[in-house]
Each structure stands twice: as structure tokens, then as C-alpha cells.
Design a protein around this ligand. Structure first.
Ligand code: NOJ
Length: 495
């Protein structure tokens, strides 16, 4: 069958076959068509922020004008300098033996003003060469169109809170498809809309909208409209290229804090607010926002004296266009949270968290990492995958991010243990029947971790940020991952 669920030459084969987890002896092995990769994002690694015609992004503006909000006042101006190190980075990928590489395109590098009347040829050249190098080394390129670096000129118009952006995103995507869809077969429209809408428009990440319970919903609404526009355009004009389009959603597993009915209910509300917000309109059979979100935000808005719900309403046409608008689900998963029923107190000031109305914590006994939000809980991964299977009719899932931040060290045994634990949980989920097609480790190299600067390190390779050449060197985890990609079985030792 060649349904819309088939994507890329390599992954297409996997998608058309029933993927089954196998166990060879005591080993944990993945099926032959399961692909392993690593991921990065443009602003986090490229640098060259104002080179060869690139326009300014909201993260350029933010790090330059608000250094005090970034750890150590760092910027992504040079980052890992990947813009000048395409060949070197591809060499690392070859060393790792990965089957795919997920990277993002910087919108302002392609369209400096954000608009498609002015195309920066150097931007096209850069990504085109990267794609060629990957293909020449048998690595499947997987491209994210938007990983948070919006052109500043579009933010000046309101960014994702202005409905016109759905059209501008469509135009940008068309330019990219025009130049790369002959070679790129796996596309993601957005990376983690929950994060950039909630923390960017509802909080203090760029562009720091700081208007939770209001701008974050506007952002989410326009992102979903933009996603559907691009998916439908691809379906109409580029499907013949043999590619496929999905979206990347982040989903920390929401575990009830106790067996009490109210905590069970609270956990489900949290799942709907934190995952269903974007998953339900696209992957559920009925489409639209999750009923519990619509109901709670409507009621709370009224109690706060608003004449209507702060959650925007889709037209029927939009609901239909969004429903089924993804060939697969890209999943970013790192950790698990505990959810208890909240106090129910309604503040006059709108807030996403008041709307959700639950209490979210983590168990202090779960192992810590270098990121305050990230504790190591592999079993939550299996639960998250099974929740997706049951809630959305077992869509094909590609794990697009999973990884851990640790102190700077070469012998990163804890990263190896993290990856092994999460991969075991993923393997169990596949045995439960979850249709998982691949795994992508975050990240290839240490990179700019947004407001945490370079202080949180997720790389399989270290980057020497003190040196002008940004020297890369493999960690223990890189060697471990290289064994895994070659055998598709979890190595028994990490030495
Ligand atoms: C998710 C984001 O997509 C990525 O940009 C970030 O660096 C990692 N998580 C780690 O926090």
C-alpha cells in the first residue's frame, strides 16, 4: 500500500512493513528497518548569525538585547560554528553510523525578511550542500522547517499571534520544498509548539510575550493553521516527490501522583493541555481542540469576566483541514512528571496553568541531571508511547528527540545508561504494539541550550567553546551509539 503514511525511501520501506521488535537471546534488538539518528537545530549550532545575507531572528534579537536573561550572557552568534563545518559535522555522523540526521532550517537564512519575495541564495546553497553531503554518505536528511528562530521582521508584526503568519509560513515552506524536495523526503513543520508558544509567548523565552493564557493560545492556534496549510500544500503539489510531512510534539509523561480518582483525572487533564492541545486537532478522529481544554478555558474565561473564551475557535473548514494532517508523529520525550488535583483557585489574571488547574511535580527520588526539569524515568517513555497508541489509533511514530544533559565529561557513563534505559523502554513499547519507526538522540554535539546558554550539555560529542575552531571530540556515549547503529542491538557493555 502506498498510503500517505509511507515516507522516504528508507523509512518508506519501514512504514509499509509491520515493524516488530525482536529479541536475539538476551539482547535487545530493533528490527532491520528501524532507523537510528541524531538531531540538532539551526540556531543552536550554526552560528554565522549575520553572514552571507542572513536576516535577524528573534533569538538573535533576544540574546543581543537581553543578555541578562541568558545564562552567562551567551549568544548563538557563533555557537558550534556548524555553518562553516558542514563536512566536519557530516564526518561525525558517519563515525556514529547513523541512518538519519534531523536538522532545522533557519527561516531568516533563507528569507531574510521572512517574506518570499526576497530569497537569499546563499541560504539555499548552504542547506542544499548539507543535504548533498548527507546523501553522499547514505544518511537520510530529515528537515524541521521551524525550530524557534522566527525572522525578527515577522515578530515585529506580532509573530505567531498574528493570523497572517500562517500564509507567510506557507510561502516559506514552498520556497524550501521547491529547492529541496527532490532530495529531502522527511519533513517536520514545527518543533515543539507547546514549548515555543508557552515559553515564548506565554513566558520569557524569545520573543518573551509574557502573556500566559492568552498569547500562547493565539500562537498555538496560528501554528496549527499554518501546519495544516503546509501539509495540504505538500499533499497537492509535492506528494509526487515521494516525501512525507509530520509535526514534532513534546510529551513528558504525566503520571498521576496517587491512585485517587481526582489525581487520575488531573493527570488526564494535564495530558490534554500539554499534548492533546496539538495532538488532538491533528491525530484524533474527531479533530479540534480537546473537549476538556475548550470547556475549562471557556468556563474560566467567563468567571474572569471575558465575553468569550480566550482559546480561539477553529472554523469547520480548519477543523477538517487539520484532521489527519500528518503522515507520522515526531515525538520528543525526555522525562516524566507527577500530577495531583489542584486547588481550583481562579486568579483574575489569565494563565495557562490556572486553566489547566493541576499541580505538577517530580519525584525527588528520580535521578537528577544537569537540567532542573529533566529527571531520568525510562518507564514513563513506555507509558507515553502506549498512550499515543491507544488515544490516536496507533499512528507511526518517529522519536525525534531523547537525551540528557550532564556535566562536561568524556566518560559520560550516565548518558549511556540514560540512552540504554530509554531504548529498553521503547523496545518494550514496540512489543506492546506501538508503531515506532525510529529513534533520534538529542544531540549530535553540545549546543546553545536557549536561555541556559552553553551550560546544559546534551552532546554525544563535546565542543570546545573556548577554542576558535570549536573542536569536537567524541564522548563514551558516541562510541556506544556507534555500536548500536551498526548492530541495531543495545551493546552489552559501554566500554
Ligand atoms: C527540546 C528542543 O527541541 C531542543 O531545542 C532542546 O535543546 C532540547 N529539548 C533539550 O532541552
Amino acid at each position: 500500500m502506498q498510503s500517505k503514511y509511507c515516507f522516504i525511501a528508507v523509512v518508506v520501506t519501514a512504514l509499509c512493513l509491520r515493524v516488530e521488535a525482536t529479541r536475539a537471546g538476551s539482547e535487545v534488538c530493533f528490527p532491520p528497518h528501524f532507523t537510528f539518528g541524531v538531531a540538532t537545530a539551526a540556531y543552536q549550532i550554526e552560528g554565522a548569525w549575520n553572514v552571507s545575507g542572513k536576516g535577524e531572528s528573534i533569538w538573535d534579537r533576544y540574546t543581543h538585547t537581553h543578555p541578562e536573561r541568558i545564562f552567562d550572557h551567551k549568544t548563538g552568534d557563533v555557537a558550534a560554528d556548524s555553518y562553516h563545518k558542514v563536512k566536519e559535522d557530516v564526518r561525525l555522523l558517519v563515525e556514529l553510523g547513523v541512518h538519519h540526521y534531523r536538522f532545522s532550517i533557519s527561516w531568516p537564512r533563507i528569507l531574510p525578511t521572512g517574506l518570499s519575495n526576497d530569497i537569499n541564495e546563499d541560504g539555499i546553497r548552504y542547506y542544499s550542500e548539507l543535504v548533498d553531503h548527507l546523501l553522499a554518505n547514505n544518511i537520510v536528511p530529515m528537515v524541521t522547517l521551524y525550530h524557534w528562530d522566527l525572522p525578527q521582521s515577522l515578530q515585529d508584526l506580532g509573530g505567531w499571534t498574528n493570523p497572517i503568519i500562517a500564509e507567510y509560513f506557507h510561502d516559506y515552506a514552498k520556497v524550501v520544498f521547491e529547492h529541496l524536495s527532490d532530495r529531502v523526503k522527511v519533513w517536520f513543520t514545527f518543533n515543539e509548539p507547546l514549548s515555543f508558544c508557552q515559553e515564548g509567548y506565554g513566558g520569557t523565552d524569545a520573543p518573551a510575550g509574557n502573556s500566559s493564557g492568552f498569547e500562547d493560545y493565539l500562537c498555538g492556534h496560528n501554528v496549527l493553521r499554518a501546519h495544516a496549510n503546509v501539509y495540504r500544500m505538500f499533499e497537492r503539489d509535492y506528494r509526487h516527490t515521494g516525501g512525507a510531512v509530520g509535526i514534532v510534539l513534546d510529551f513528558a509523561w504525566m503520571e498521576p501522583a496517587s491512585t485517587a480518582a481526582e489525581d487520575q483525572k488531573a493527570a488526564e487533564i494535564a495530558r490534554q493541555f500539554q499534548f492533546g492541545w496539538f495532538a488532538h486537532p491533528i491525530f484524533s478522529p474527531e479533530g479540534d481542540y480537546p473537549p476538556v481544554m475548550k470547556q475549562r478555558i471557556n468556563e474560566i474565561s467567563k468567571r474572569q469576566n471575558f465575553p468569550r473564551s480566550r482559546l480561539p475557535v477553529f472554523t469547520q473548514e480548519e477543523v477538517v483541514s487539520l484532521r489527519g494532517s500528518s503522515d507520522f508523529l515526531g515525538l520528543n520525550h525526555y522525562t516524566t512528571r507527577l500530577v495531583a488535583a489542584g486547588s481550583g483557585k481562579i486568579y483574575p489574571q489569565p494563565s495557562f496553568y490556572t486553566d489547566m488547574g493541576v499541580v505538577i511535580t517530580q519525584n525527588p527520588d528520580w535521578p537528577r541531571t544537569n537540567s532542573t526539569w529533566l529527571r531520568v524515568v525510562p518507564w514513563g517513555f513506555r507509558r507515553a508511547l502506549n498512550y499515543i497508541r491507544v488515544s490516536y489509533n496507533n499512528p507511526p511514530v518517529l522519536v525525534t528527540e531523547n537525551g540528557v544533559s550532564l556535566p562536561r565529561m568524556t566518560h559520560d557513563v550516565r548518558r549511556v545508561q540514560y540512552a540504554a534505559g530509554y531504548l529498553r523502554a521503547l523496545h518494550e513499547a514496540m512489543k506492546d504494539g506501538c508503531d515506532v519507526r525510529g529513534y533520534t538522540h538529542w544531540s549530535l554535539i553540545n549546543n546553545f541550550e536557549w536561555t541556559r546558554g552553553y551550560s546544559e550539555r546534551f552532546g554525544l560529542y563535546d565542543v570546545e567553546y573556548a577554542s576558535a575552531s570549536r573542536t569536537r571530540s567524541p564522548r563514551l556515549s558516541a562510541r556506544y551509539y556507534a555500536k548500536l547503529t551498526r548492530t541495531r542491538c543495545l551493546p552489552n557493555t559501554w566500554e
